[in-house]
Design a protein around this ligand. Structure first.
Ligand code: DGT
Ligand code: CA
Ligand code: CA
Ligand code: ZN
Length: 586
C-alpha cells in the first residue's frame, strides 16, 4: 500500500467525521497527519515492516498510528466503517462539491436522504433542494454546475498523485525476471496535467506470460482487470489503472512510440508514413512491398526499417525525434518533417522563483528558511509574495505590516548575500479592478504580482474588465494564476484569456504559469498563445513551504507542452537581465 492510499483514506475518515459533526480538534489532527504523510519520503508500509514507531512522526498521534497500522495490515479501518454505517462514504464526494461542504451534505442526507452526487442532481432538478434552509436558487445553480464539473473530471488523476502511486509499480516491474528496458508511455510520458490510466512497456524476449503474472501480483493491486501473454492490467487501491505491455526487443522503440501517443499524433505520423510508401505500427516501420494492398499485410510484413529504438522510428520516416510533451498534433509533426524541432525550456534554465509565501501570511516557513531553500536550488533571486490585506483570514499584509516585513527582508538579505530577495506582495485584485494596497506601497515593491481571490463568479465581461483594469496600474508586473482554476476541483472563472493576453502584450505585463500541480494556470494552450503575442511567461511555484519550491518541474513540463523556449520564460533571465526587465518602465 502506498502512502498516498493511506493519506486518501485518512482524509476520507476526516471528511466523514466532519459531516457527522465530530470534534474539530480531532478532525484537524487527522488532517495534520495527512500533511505529514504526504511529505514523507519513506514508505509507511516499510516503516511498519521495520518495526518503527509511527507516533514519532510529526502530527501523528496514537490513534492515527493505530489506524495506519490497521489499514496497512487489513486493508480497512474499522472506525471508518463504523462512521460510514451512519453516514455513507459516498457523502464525501458530495461534500467536496463546490457550494456543498460538510454541513450541507449532512442536511441533504438527513432531510432528503441524498447519498450520492446522482441523488443530489435528481433532488435539485425536482426543485426539492431549493426550499431547504440554507439553500437558495442561486446556490442550487452553483451546485448543478459543480456536479457537471465533477462528472467531467471523475476518474482522472492529477499528475503528481500518479507519480507517487506509480513509483512502487515501476520498481516491481523492473524486478521481473528477464525484463530489459522498462518505460512509461501514454499521457504520463507526455506530462499531461491529468492522467486517465498509466501505460508501461517492458522489454522481454519470448512469451510474456510470466512477466504479466509477476506484474499483476503487485501488492498494491486492488483487482486485476486482465492478464495474458503480452498485456496485463490492474487497478490499484486508489482506483488508478495501470496497463503493462510486454514487447520484444526488435519492437520496443516502435511500441514506446505508439503507446506514448497521443492518438492524434500517431494518426498524423501514420498519414505521413503512407505518403512515403511506408507503414508504422507498434511493431516497427516497414516498407510496403510493391503492388501490395496495405490492408492485407500482416503486422510485420515488408522490409523492417526501424523498431528497436524510438529515435529510429522517427528517423525512418524522415522526421526529427519529437519530445513527448509536444505529441498532441498541434503542428509538431510538420515541424519534425522540416527537421526544426523547437528549443524547449528545461528545469536547469530556471534562475529564480517569483511567487512564494512565508509565515507573514499563509506560508509555513520563515523568510530566511525560504531564502535558504532557494539558494539550495541554485537560484539567483526570488520574490517573496505574501498576500495583501483583503486576505485577512490568512494574515494578508496591511501597508504597516508590509513595511515591517521589509525590515526583516533587509536583515535576511544582509546575512545571505548569495541571493537577491525581491520585495513583493501578491496583491488582491478587488471587485472593480482596483488593487488592495495603496500606490505608495506598490511603488516601493520590486515586483508587483496581482491576482483574483474573491468574487470568482463574475460574468465574463465584468471579470475581464476587472483583470485588465488591474493590469493597467503602472506598478503591476505579473498577473498570477490568471484563470483561478483548481484542477479537478474548480473550473476556471469566466475570463477572456485572449483579451487578457492582448492587454498584457500592450501593457508589458507578464503572465504566470503557476507550477503548483493543483493549478497549472495558465495552461499549455494559453502559454503557447502568450508566446505568439510576445507576452513573457513566469513559471512560479506559489510555494507555501520549502518543499513547495520543488513543484517548479510541473510548471516547466506544462510550459514545454506549450512550446516555450528559455527566451519565452521570464525567470530564465539572469539577475542583471531580470533587474532590467523590472525597470522596463523607467
Ligand atoms: P489517458 O490514459 O486518457 O490519460 O491518455 P493516453 O494518451 O495515455 O491514452 P490511452 O491510455 O488510452 O492509450 C495510450 C496510448 O496508446 C495513446 O496515447 C495512443 C495509443 N493508442 C491507444 N489507442 C489508439 C488508437 O486507437 N489509435 C492509435 N493510433 N493509437 C492509440
Ligand atoms: Ca494512459
Ligand atoms: Ca491505457
Ligand atoms: Zn494566489
Amino acid at each position: 500500500m502506498e502512502n498516498l492510499d493511506v493519506s486518501r483514506t485518512l482524509t476520507e475518515l476526516a471528511d466523514l467525521l466532519e459531516i457527522q459533526g465530530a470534534s474539530p480538534f480531532r478532525i484537524r489532527a487527522y488532517r495534520n497527519a495527512v500533511n505529514t504523510i504526504n511529505s514523507l519520503s519513506r514508505s509507511l508500509q516499510a516503516m511498519l515492516g521495520a518495526g518503527e514507531d509511527l507516533t514519532e512522526l510529526p502530527a501523528v498521534g496514537d490513534s492515527v498510528a493505530k489506524y495506519i497500522a490497521e489499514l496497512i495490515e487489513t486493508g480497512r479501518i474499522s472506525r471508518l466503517e463504523e462512521v460510514s454505517a451512519e453516514y455513507p462514504r459516498s457523502l464525501v464526494q458530495l461534500m467536496r462539491l463546490d457550494g456543498v461542504g460538510p454541513k450541507k451534505a449532512k442536511k441533504l442526507f438527513l432531510d432528503l436522504k441524498v447519498r450520492t452526487v446522482d441523488d443530489l442532481e435528481v433532488e435539485l432538478r425536482a426543485g426539492r433542494v431549493q426550499g431547504l434552509d440554507g439553500f437558495g436558487v442561486r446556490s442550487a445553480d452553483k451546485i448543478l454546475r459543480a456536479i457537471a464539473d465533477h462528472r467531467k473530471h471523475a476518474g482522472r488523476f492529477q499528475i503528481h498523485e500518479v507519480e507517487k502511486l506509480i513509483a512502487g509499480v515501476l520498481e516491481h516491474v523492473h524486478a521481473a525476471p528477464g525484463v530489459g528496458r522498462v518505460k512509461i508511455a501514454g499521457s504520463l510520458r507526455r506530462r499531461k496535467e491529468t492522467i486517465g490510466d498509466v501505460d508501461i512497456i517492458a522489454e522481454f524476449d519470448g512469451d510474456g506470460t510470466a512477466v504479466v503474472d509477476h506484474f499483476v501480483a503487485y501488492s498494491g493491486a486492488e483487482r486485476i482487470s486482465g492478464a495474458g501473454s503480452t498485456k496485463g492490467s490492474m487497478v490499484l487501491h486508489s482506483g488508478l489503472q495501470v496497463d503493462l505491455r510486454v514487447i520484444p526487443p526488435r519492437s520496443f522503440g516502435a511500441a514506446l512510440q505508439y503507446f506514448s501517443g497521443s492518438k492524434e499524433h500517431n494518426v498524423a505520423m501514420r498519414t505521413h508514413a503512407v505518403r512515403q510508401g511506408l507503414r508504422v505500427n507498434e511493431w516497427g516501420v516497414f516498407r510496403v512491398p510493391d503492388g501490395a494492398d496495405p490492408a492485407s499485410l500482416g503486422k510485420e510484413d515488408g522490409e523492417r526499417l526501424a523498431g528497436d529504438a524510438e529515435e529510429g522510428v522517427y528517423a525512418a520516416l524522415g522526421m526529427a525525434w519529437v519530445p513527448p510533451v509536444l505529441r498532441e498534433n498541434r503542428g509538431e509533426v510538420e515541424v519534425a518533417i522540416r527537421g526544426e524541432p523547437p528549443e524547449l525550456v528545461s528545469l536547469e534554465d530556471i534562475r529564480g522563483d517569483l511567487q512564494m509565501h512565508s509565515t507573514w501570511s499563509d506560508g509555513k516557513a520563515s523568510i530566511e528558511e525560504m531564502a535558504r531553500a532557494c539558494i539550495a536550488r541554485g537560484y539567483e533571486y526570488f520574490a517573496l509574495t505574501d498576500h495583501s490585506q483583503a486576505m485577512a483570514m490568512v494574515g494578508g499584509l496591511t501597508p504597516e505590516r508590509a513595511r515591517e516585513q521589509w525590515l526583516e527582508i533587509a536583515e535576511v538579505q544582509a546575512r545571505l548575500p548569495e541571493i537577491l530577495i525581491l520585495r513583493s506582495v501578491e496583491v488582491d485584485i478587488l471587485k472593480d479592478g482596483s488593487l488592495d494596497l495603496p500606490d505608495d506601497v506598490l511603488a516601493e515593491l520590486d515586483v508587483v504580482v496581482v491576482s483574483v481571490h474573491s468574487l470568482m463568479d463574475q460574468d465574463r465581461r465584468t471579470m475581464t474588465d476587472r483583470v485588465i483594469r488591474a493590469m493597467r496600474h503602472p506598478s503591476v508586473d505579473i498577473l498570477a494564476h490568471p484563470t483561478g482554476r483548481l484542477i479537478n476541483r474548480r473550473e476556471p472563472f469566466e475570463l477572456d484569456v485572449e483579451a487578457m493576453l492582448e492587454a498584457a502584450a500592450e501593457l508589458s505585463v507578464a503572465v504566470e504559469l503557476n507550477a503548483n500541480p493543483n493549478r497549472l494556470d495558465l495552461n499549455d494552450l494559453h502559454v503557447h498563445r502568450a508566446k505568439e503575442l510576445g507576452v513573457p511567461v513566469v513559471i512560479s511555484t506559489d510555494a507555501h513551504s520549502p518543499r513547495g519550491l520543488a513543484d517548479m518541474r510541473f510548471g516547466v513540463d506544462q510550459a514545454r507542452r506549450g512550446w516555450l523556449s528559455p527566451a519565452d520564460v521570464l525567470n530564465t533571465r539572469s539577475l542583471a537581465e531580470m533587474k532590467m526587465w523590472l525597470g522596463r518602465r523607467g
